[in-house]
Design a protein around this ligand. Structure first.
Ligand SMILES: Cc1cc2nc3c(=O)[nH]c(=O)nc-3n(C[C@H](O)[C@H](O)[C@H](O)COP(=O)(O)OP(=O)(O)OC[C@H]3O[C@@H](n4cnc5c(N)ncnc54)[C@H](O)[C@@H]3O)c2cc1C
Length: 399
């Protein structure tokens, strides 16, 4: 990319950030406390995000999208999360549900499914996890059996974000039970599919407006044309999808952390104890300084990972070779760990008031927690980082 186009890209992203921030401040922030308290999916936010194009950012322009990249996706995640974690999670899960299609879909599939997003405002979801297959997702048991011109899917998915709200589901299933990664394929399943239904809706600690449900597949009849990529290549697509989405989870965590830091700073600048502002105590200043430093460091890591992904290398080995696995995992785990710490410190700075529902920092603390758990727990991220760091030594010791 030459300097001019780099400059143009930076300018485009600066404008995007400004406009998303304006929506976040004027429309999303004032809904955040109610969304959390009610614990119901915010359809008004979904419609707003469709209108603004946030739910079609990465779709090709000719299919109603903005042809945005991962950096643009991260900017939207961060700015919306600054105002409302649940609303940002809706955007994230939707984009993640469309990623296998984006990387490996045929023109016909893209036209159909992206068309559903652009024209019908259909939301998407990503369904990999099962009750017995969490971190060890390759042990999934949902089966897909080819019969004539359709697959029959059987099994149950859990923890599906946008579960009840979505119309389109990227569902991972195996055509070779017991053979782990080798047998896994991914299918785009529509909500009105025979044999498909929504199961239990979860009550959660945080992200309470996000819709988290089970999906039930009982002899679900899925047309052969809904298989994304080749049969048995679903695991690669799942791993590439997670590589693409982890920086955006990191961006979400950065947004939540920045929101908590901003609120704590304003509070400390006003609250008086011992005859002076909290912000005049050096002990509080040091806390704020440390919080701001780690937020900035996390942001840098997130956008470094995003820039690497903007090369749009969608082949598993090539992705690993340019260091995507490691940086994506670092950005997600570091940003979510600091988001947890920063939100806890923000509660501390507000003292007893930080513990009350009247102030937003306890919500931000509850919302931050899950960013350490989903899209691969932070322990799993460290497994990925270490594996990538140490591979060269292991390879040598084999020769
Ligand atoms: C709110 C929410 C939304 C979610 N949304 C989605 C979604 O949209 N789609 C989807 O498919 N999934 C989703 N998930 C599932 C999520 O990705 C899993 O919860 C996560 O991968 C962990 O799996 P588990 O919960 O089964 O925990 P387990 O795998 O049972 O892990 C339990 C603990 O053991 C640790 N652990 C496991 N393996 C190792 C290891 N090798 N080394 C060290 N420690 C290890 C973990 O880090 C964790 O601390 C969501 C989860 C939540 C809570």
């Amino acid at each position: 990319m030459d300097i001019l186009s780099l400059e143009m890209k930076e300018e485009r992203n600066r404008l995007l950030r400004e406009s998303v921030r304006q929506i976040a401040v004027s429309k999303v922030a004032k809904r955040a406390a109610d969304i959390d308290a009610a614990g119901v999916f915010p359809w008004d936010m979904a419609e707003l995000f469709f209108q603004q194009g946030f739910l079609s950012i990465m779709l090709p322009e000719e299919m109603g999208g903005m042809d945005g990249d991962i950096t643009a996706f991260c900017i939207i995640s961060e700015e919306i999360a600054h105002a409302c974690g649940s609303s940002s999670l809706m955007i994230l899960a939707h984009a993640v549900g469309l990623m296998p299609l984006m990387m490996a879909g045929t023109d016909e599939q893209k036209e159909h499914f992206f068309g559903r997003v652009a024209k019908d405002h259909a939301l998407a979801a990503f369904a990999l996890t099962e009750a017995e297959a969490g971190s060890d997702a390759a042990s999934l048991k949902t089966t897909a059996e080819l019969q004539k011109d359709y697959y029959v899917l059987n099994g149950r998915k859990v923890f599906v974000t946008n579960g009840g709200a979505a119309d389109l589901y990227a569902i991972f299933a195996t055509t070779k039970p017991g053979s782990r990664t080798e047998g896994i394929s991914v299918f785009m399943v529509e909500k009105d599919t025979t044999g498909f239904s929504i199961g239990k809706r979860e009550e959660k600690l945080g992200m309470r407006g996000s819709d988290t449900t089970d999906l039930i597949l009982e002899n679900a009849v899925v047309p052969k044309e809904s298989l994304v990529g080749a049969e048995g290549k679903g695991w690669e697509l799942a791993m590439m999808t997670l590589n693409l989405s982890r920086p955006a989870i990191g961006a979400q965590a950065v947004g939540i952390a920045q929101g908590a830091l901003d609120f704590a700073m304003d509070y400390a600048a006003k609250r008086v104890q011992f005859g002076q502002k909290l912000a005049d105590f050096q002990g509080v200043q040091f806390m704020l300084a440390d919080m701001a430093t780690v937020v900035e460091a996390a942001r840098a890591l997130v956008y470094k990972a995003a820039a690497l992904l903007d090369q749009r290398v969608y082949e598993r080995d090539k992705m690993s070779a340019i260091g995507v696995d490691k940086l994506s995992a670092m950005s997600k785990s570091y940003a979510s760990d600091i988001a947890m710490k920063v939100t806890i410190d923000a509660v501390q700075i507000l003292g007893g008031y930080g513990y009350l529902r009247d102030y937003p920092v306890e919500r931000m603390m509850r919302d931050a927690k899950v960013t350490q758990i989903f899209e691969g727990s932070n322990q799993v991220q460290r497994v990925i980082i270490a594996r990538n760091l140490l591979r060269k030594y292991w390879d040598k010791s084999l020769t």
